[in-house]
Design a binder for this molecule. Sequence first.
Ligand SMILES: Nc1ncnc2c1ncn2[C@@H]1O[C@H](COP(=O)(O)OP(=O)(O)OP(=O)(O)O)[C@@H](O)[C@H]1O
Length: 127
Amino acid sequence: MGRYQRPGFWRSLKQAWRGIWYTCKTQGHMQFHLIAGLSVLCLAWWSEVSRSEWLMLIFAIGSVISAEVMNSALEIVVDMIQPNFDPLAGMAKDVAAGAVLVTAIQAIVIGAVVFFPRFFRLASHFF
Ligand SMILES: Nc1ncnc2c1ncn2[C@@H]1O[C@H](COP(=O)(O)OP(=O)(O)OP(=O)(O)O)[C@@H](O)[C@H]1O
């Protein structure tokens, strides 16, 4: 527990939500991930994916969003510690952005595994 807070589950939840909300408001990439994630969930509902496919998609979307939140936290800390140009500060941000990229690639692969066979089946009805 930090020096600035009293314990409490609801207080912690509110603070965590404040962090997520801040990221949504300030990070364009987070807004993109949210819209992409919601679109994928709508597509999954429309495609009537199986229970295990739902789990894979939710895992993929959650990974990208949590990585983006962590990336934002690191950006805030770097900006606080080093507001001026510093190659090491820049590298720290690049490494954190790399983590988001890894989860995004993972999400694309999972999405392709789930949806590609359905698209091909659908396309085969027309051609
Ligand atoms: N203090 C710094 N010193 C050197 N380079 C920096 C510094 N701050 C940022 N950079 C470089 O600029 C890039 C963009 O940093 P910025 O703080 O604008 O993040 P951002 O555009 O919000 O990043 P992201 O696209 O990952 O959300 C970093 O990845 C880094 O390469």
